[in-house]
Each structure stands twice: as C-alpha cells, then as structure tokens.
Design a protein around this ligand. Structure first.
Ligand code: BES
Ligand code: ZN
Ligand code: ZN
Length: 485
C-alpha cells in the first residue's frame, strides 16, 4: 500500500472511496445539504466505528464517501483517529476497494492527526495470512491518500513518520505470528541481521560459546533443553551528533516457543506460545523505525532468543544457575524462563553502557488476570523513567498502567539454597516477576513492561486483524524520538 499526501481541495481527489470522520450528533456541515437524505434517515449517528457508505457523493470526484463514526467530538483524540482510520480502511478493503482517501481538515488536520491516520491505515491493512495458499479472498489496497488541504511540509513529514512507524509495527507483528518451526532463535537473529543491513544498524549476535565464556548461566540454563541453539541479538543505533549522555537500552524477551520446559504447560492453547518472543519482535521493529527516523540518543536493543523445551538436557526444577551478574538462582519452575533470560540480558545491557533500560516481555499469566487485554503492566522504581514511558505510551496511543513494586513482595523470592528463587508463588505473580528483574537492572533506571495480555488479539478488532499486535513499538519510538536529558 502506497501512502500519499494531497494538499489540493478535497473535492478534486479521485479515489474509490473517501473517508470522512463523523462525530456523534454533529452532521458534517460540508454535506448537511447534499446528504440530507442520509442524515435525515437517522442512519448516521456518528457512533464509534459506525460506517455508512454513500455512492456518487455530490460535488466530489471520489466515487464513494464513507462516513466513519468517531464518537463524541469532545472525546476525540489522535489515538481515536488511528483506530477510526484503521476500521474505515478495513471496511473498504473488505469491499475490494483499492484506492482510498481520508479527509483530514480543521480540528483533525494537524501533523499528529495525519501521522495517526496513516499509522491506523497501515496497521489496519495488515493480515497474518502469509501461509494461506488460497489467495482468492485476499484483498489489496494500492493507495491510501491523506487529503489535508493547504497543510504544508510538516504534514508530509507526519505522513512519512506514520508510514515508517506503522510498517515497523507490522514487521514486529509478522515476526510474532511466525510459527516456531519457522522462527527459531537462529532465524530470529538472521532476521535482525537483515533488518540491520537494510536500514543501516549495527548488529552483533552472541552465540552459545560466547555466552558460555561470558558466564550467562541463567540464559543458557533455559536454552539447554532445546536442540535449537540460543542467540543474544544486539542491534545498535548511534546518532551522528548525540545529545547528552543518555544511552537507551531496549531489552525484549525472545522465547521463540515456550512449552514450559520440564514444568510443562497444558496442551490447551499451547500453540499460542509462539508469540512469546513478541517483546523481542517489538524491539527489532522499533530499531527499524529508529534507523529511519534518527532520534538524538544512542539506542541499543538486546534480544535474548531461546526456545524453552523439555529435552533430555533440559534444566530441572531445583537446578541452581549462576547468572552473568554472579547472583545464583534456584530454578523452582522452568516455565518462569522469561525472567531467567532477561536477567542476563539486563546485566549485559548495563555492561554495554546503557544508562536507561526498558524491557518488554510476555512475562506472566498473572498480568492478564490483573489488567486483562487492555493495558500493558508497567513496573519501575525510577519514577521519572516510568513517567516518561507512560507519557510516550499515551502520546503513541498504547494503553499502559503502572503496577506496584514494593520491596515487601521480595520475601516471596527467597530461596534456602541460592540468592533467589525464580518464582514467588501465585499472589502478585506479575509483581514478583518484575522484582526478580529489578535485581539485575540494579541501580540503572529501568522500566519493565509485561505485555502478556496485550501482545496478541484473540479476536479481531474493527481496526486490526486478530493475532499479533506489535505492542510497544509506537511507545518506544516516541520515547526515543522525544528524549531530552
Ligand atoms: N510466557 C509465559 C507467560 C504467559 C502466560 C504469556 C500466558 C502469555 C499468556 C511465561 O513464560 C510463563 O510461563 N509464566 C508463568 C510463570 C509462573 C510459572 C510463575 C505463568 O505466568 O504462569
Ligand atoms: Zn514460561
Ligand atoms: Zn514464556
């Protein structure tokens, strides 16, 4: 799908369908008269995601007009526009329309609106249908044009930003949906290498031998149950003229499949555990966008990639491993593997000089109990960094909610035999998981995002297909782009 910005009067835009955002109880003045029949019939209430298609609209070169409901005008934000744009595009795409426009003017004609509308369209266009052989039902949109009359250069940049970010998020979604027989730690590393080569990032992949030399016993313990060797993927972006001393480290859980290991998971729904690398995918997607958008600070992404399998060499409950930090861990439950691989990746990120750390991981079922599928759980001890991340999330239209991280919960991680246990029981399961990670972030400002409930859609939304979400990409891009010391 190609993205365009058109600044001439909207009436002259030729397309199969022109999307016009419609608010609740407020008929658009421009069509009050020409569409008086449609409005008069009560068909257009402007409710969110309500779609009304009008053929041959008077005074427009567009062949159809799609009145896309956006809810009450007072509650309208660019986040809402992102969703409306995606929902409208999906509505038209399902009708085989290939040349689509969206009209943004007045109160929704600013750069943030243009960017959001393009992001929404690019995200709405994505389908996880790579392995479907029957393509007869596959619909394709060729052009998406933002009609923003008289906007200027800032709008062109906004449209381009929207395209870059939307496509980066889709690339994360594509990785997340890859099945584990296609996406192994090795092929995930290969994919990161290709991204680096295509967009001009540095890429280094630490193999098993290197990790052994360094002493990453916590990560290697998880990997040893699988015939697939692990990989620690490192992607680097360095700005031409770095401002200040900050160096952002983005750490993403890359478990290409989580069987649970010897503490094996039930069969029901296990197939979904191919998405247990969604944190890692988000970081690779973020780096792809940053390589193009060029933030003012250096950013390093680290993705520990492993497969958690119950092979004959698998670690056992009760095993004690020594992490890169030197801290020993009693592995009570081999299914709590995410924190074990992130522990060594966080220590390594600090060694590489990262001054601020953000990790994303499909870490616990407990966060799904706490926050459902709406909010990502955000944890951190550094209030300023937590606030920055939440602000970036808000600006990017990704919902996140801060969770507590009191030391009192740490009791639950005590082990009689090692420095700590890898699980802390059922109560506050996502909090003890975060506290475990905190031991490895140490004094470095750090935020942990538990995306177990938000990285995958079990049902399609009007604006997005079911399946992988690519959650986090927009937040991390916004965080890096707007960084100031
Ligand atoms: N990958 C899972 C977490 C998960 C669960 C993600 C459900 C998405 C949906 C993680 O590795 C895991 O298995 N966590 C355990 C931890 C427990 C053993 C303390 C969990 O949440 O059950
Ligand atoms: Zn697990
Ligand atoms: Zn897992």
């Amino acid at each position: 799908m190609q993205i365009h910005l058109e600044q001439t009067p909207v009436e002259s835009l030729e397309c199969d369908a022109l999307i016009a955002v419609t608010f609740e109880g407020k008929p658009n003045d421009r069509f009050k008269d020409s569409l008086s029949d449609v409005y008069g019939s009560g068909e257009v209430a402007g409710k969110i995601f309500e779609m009304t298609l009008v053929h041959h609209p008077q005074g427009f070169k567009a062949r159809r007009l799609l009145l896309a409901g956006a809810g009450p005008a007072e509650k309208f934000t660019s986040a809402e526009l992102r969703r409306v744009s995606g929902a409208a595009l999906r509505h038209l795409k399902s009708r085989s329309l290939r040349n689509i426009g969206i009209w943004l003017e007045g109160s929704c004609g600013g750069p943030e609106h243009v960017q959001a509308a393009v992001e929404g369209a690019v995200l709405g266009d994505y389908e996880p249908d790579r392995y479907k052989s029957d393509k007869k039902d596959v619909k394709v949109v060729d052009h998406f044009t933002v009609a923003a009359p008289g906007g200027g250069a800032a709008l062109n940049q906004a449209a381009e930003r929207g395209r870059v970010i939307g496509e980066a998020q889709n690339s994360a979604r594509e990785l997340s949906t890859e099945p584990a027989n296609k996406l192994t730690p090795t092929s995930m590393a290969e994919s990161a290498r290709q991204t680096a080569a295509a967009y001009g990032l540095e890429c280094e992949v630490l193999d098993q031998d290197r990790m052994r030399q360094l002493g990453m016993g916590s990560l290697l313990g998880v990997a040893q149950g699988s015939a697939e060797p692990p990989a620690l993927i490192v992607l680097r972006y360095r700005p031409a003229n770095a401002k200040g001393a900050a160096h952002l480290g983005l750490v993403g859980k890359g478990v290409t499949f989580d069987t649970g290991g010897i503490s094996i998971k039930p069969a029901d729904g296990m197939e979904k555990m191919k998405y247990d690398m969604s944190g890692g995918a988000a970081m690779i997607g973020t780096m792809r966008a940053l390589a193009q958008l060029k933030p003012p600070i250096p950013v390093t992404a680290l993705i520990p990639a492993v497969e958690n399998m119950p092979g004959s060499r698998a670690q056992r409950p009760g095993d004690i491993v020594t992490s890169l930090s030197g801290k020993t861990i009693e592995v009570i439950n081999t299914d709590a593997e995410g924190r074990l691989i992130l522990a060594d990746a966080l220590t390594y990120a600090r060694r590489l000089g990262c001054t601020h750390l953000v990790d994303a991981a499909t870490l616990t079922g407990a966060i799904v109990v706490a926050l459902g599928h709406v909010n990502t759980g955000a944890f951190g001890t550094d209030d300023r960094l937590v606030e920055r991340v939440l602000e970036a999330a808000h600006a990017a239209g990704e919902k996140m909610w801060r969770m507590p991280l009191d030391d009192d919960y740490k009791e639950q991680l005590k082990s009689p035999f090692a420095d700590m246990a890898n699980v802390g029981g059922r109560p506050g399961g996502s909090i003890t998981a975060a506290l475990f990670l905190n031991e490895f972030a140490e004094k470095t400002p750090w935020v942990h995002l538990d995306i177990a409930g938000t990285a995958w859609l079990d049902e399609a939304k009007p604006y997005m297909s079911k399946g992988p979400v690519g959650v986090g990409v927009r937040t991390f891009v916004s965080l890096a782009m707007n960084w100031s010391d």
